[in-house]
Design a binder for this molecule. Structure first.
Ligand SMILES: [Mg+2]
Length: 209
């Protein structure tokens, strides 16, 4: 098998710690029933529609905060920032991505946006300097799993999908990527993801201890 020369990484839940524990902590802090947030915002039809609009840049994070706060019965101020307050950078994946670049692999970020203000999920990650391409869905008017947004990251990487590995913690986004030709990796645990990437890219990525 010839090795891949490009790597496309999702952001939330891949370059960061997992989303679900952060959301569960938020629910606890705000006195909500466990699962209230997931149900109201990501499973409910109206909530899902709003989130998709936000990802596509059709509504602002402020508008999303207002609508979501009303559904949850919590204060709207910086709601998205409060929901994800506990998210942290995932150092193993971040250093693996840096190791991949040093080894000559082109690395791009492909992220469904949660809006950029008042709370910027990407703050402090220095994406423009650390990666070869950065595609944030709201700047493209569409969202994963639309094939168009995968093409939007392939173009600046100047690679065909067949040369690239795509990593996402959301399983639903993997089949459309695979259909385009990407090798698709479901991010579950950083160590496991890194060893899968080492096989696909043919370069060592784990931090030396
Ligand atoms: Mg994700």
């Amino acid at each position: 098998m010839s090795h891949h020369t490009g790597l496309v990484l999702d952001f939330g839940g891949v370059l960061t710690t997992p989303l679900l524990p952060a959301v569960l902590d938020f629910e606890k802090r705000e006195g909500l029933v466990e699962g209230a947030c997931i149900t109201a915002l990501y499973l409910d039809e109206e909530g899902t529609r709003r989130t998709h609009e936000l990802e596509c840049g059709a509504i602002t994070q402020g508008q999303w905060n207002e609508a979501a706060a009303a559904r949850l019965g919590v204060a709207p101020e910086n709601l998205m920032g409060r929901i994800f307050a506990d998210l942290r950078p995932e150092p193993l994946i971040i250093s693996a991505a840096a190791a991949a670049r040093r080894a000559g692999i082109k690395v791009g970020i492909l992220s469904n946006s949660v809006g950029l203000a008042p709370w910027n999920l990407y703050d402090g990650y220095d994406l423009d300097d650390q990666y070869d391409a950065v595609v944030i869905s709201e700047h493209h008017g569409t969202r994963k799993p639309d094939p168009e947004i995968f093409k939007a990251v392939l173009e600046p990487l100047d690679l065909p999908a067949e040369q690239c590995v795509f990593v996402d913690d959301t399983a639903d986004y993997l089949p459309p990527a695979a259909e385009l030709g990407f090798a698709a990796v479901h991010a579950k645990a950083p160590q496991q993801t890194i060893s899968q990437l080492e096989d696909l890219l043919g370069v060592p990525l784990a931090e030396e201890v």
